[in-house]
Design a protein around this ligand. Structure first.
Ligand SMILES: Cc1cc2nc3c(=O)[nH]c(=O)nc-3n(C[C@H](O)[C@H](O)[C@H](O)COP(=O)(O)OP(=O)(O)OC[C@H]3O[C@@H](n4cnc5c(N)ncnc54)[C@H](O)[C@@H]3O)c2cc1C
Length: 189
């Protein structure tokens, strides 16, 4: 009998707030196969105006800002999947993530950007620092191939812009780790 192989993402980003979407943008632009699974629970959704996001003098609503961040990540090649990851298992180097809504996704690496939600941190047994996940400066957790970004790792003040910057920073470090040399997403010319 023929077995159907699940496609494997290079990186799966869990959480589509500013940190996860910025990480996805940078990872996709580096040519990686990236998916974001997001449950749609960012507190930013309820914010009527965000007047402090650099480059957005229009002070968009939080919902507008998230939609624009998602659009930019998708345009770079990231796939955004609505859903809640309820379980994760490392099967010999490939993470298998089970969605509450049904189905699984497979990925070689994870970026956790789940804000206040520590469910996957607990399942993977990641080291914590209070209500945050412990990482090195670059976002690497205690579990190989698992990174954390944004509010979850608690190293940046709670703002959309700082979380987005952290997502970009952690993604850049992930790409550098993969390539074995410092990575920069700079355009020539
Ligand atoms: C009331 C309030 C007002 C605010 N006002 C402002 C403001 O005016 N300006 C400003 O800059 N910042 C503001 N903030 C702060 C800002 O919202 C946060 O700093 C920012 O959203 C954090 O981004 P993040 O990506 O790290 O996490 P989050 O935005 O929390 O995103 C985490 C995402 O992960 C998803 N998720 C969690 N677990 C899972 C899972 N297992 N599977 C799938 N998805 C999952 C969640 O549903 C959510 O969508 C405000 C916050 C609050 C609470």
């Amino acid at each position: 009998m023929k077995t159907m192989r699940q496609p494997v993402d290079d990186v799966l980003v869990v959480g589509g707030g500013p940190a996860g979407l910025a990480a996805a943008l940078f990872l996709a632009r580096a040519g990686l196969k990236v998916a974001v699974v997001d449950a749609g629970g960012s507190p930013l959704f309820a914010v009527p105006r965000v007047p402090n996001y650099p480059g957005r003098p229009d002070a968009p609503s939080g919902a507008r800002l998230l939609a624009d961040l998602a659009r930019q990540a998708e345009a770079a090649g990231a796939l955004i999947v609505p859903g809640y990851v309820q379980d994760v298992e490392d099967r010999g180097g490939v993470f298998v993530l089970a969605l509450e809504e049904g189905g699984t996704r497979h990925a070689e690496r994870l970026v956790l950007a789940t804000g206040e939600d520590l469910r996957l941190v607990g399942i993977l047994g990641l080291e914590r620092r209070g209500t945050h996940v412990e990482t090195d400066a670059g976002g690497r957790t205690s579990y190989p191939r698992v990174y954390a970004a944004g509010r979850l790792r608690g190293l940046v003040p709670e703002h959309a812009a700082t979380s987005a910057g952290d997502g970009a920073w952690v993604a850049t470090n992930l790409v550098s780790d993969l390539r074995g040399e410092p990575y920069r997403d700079h355009q020539e010319g």
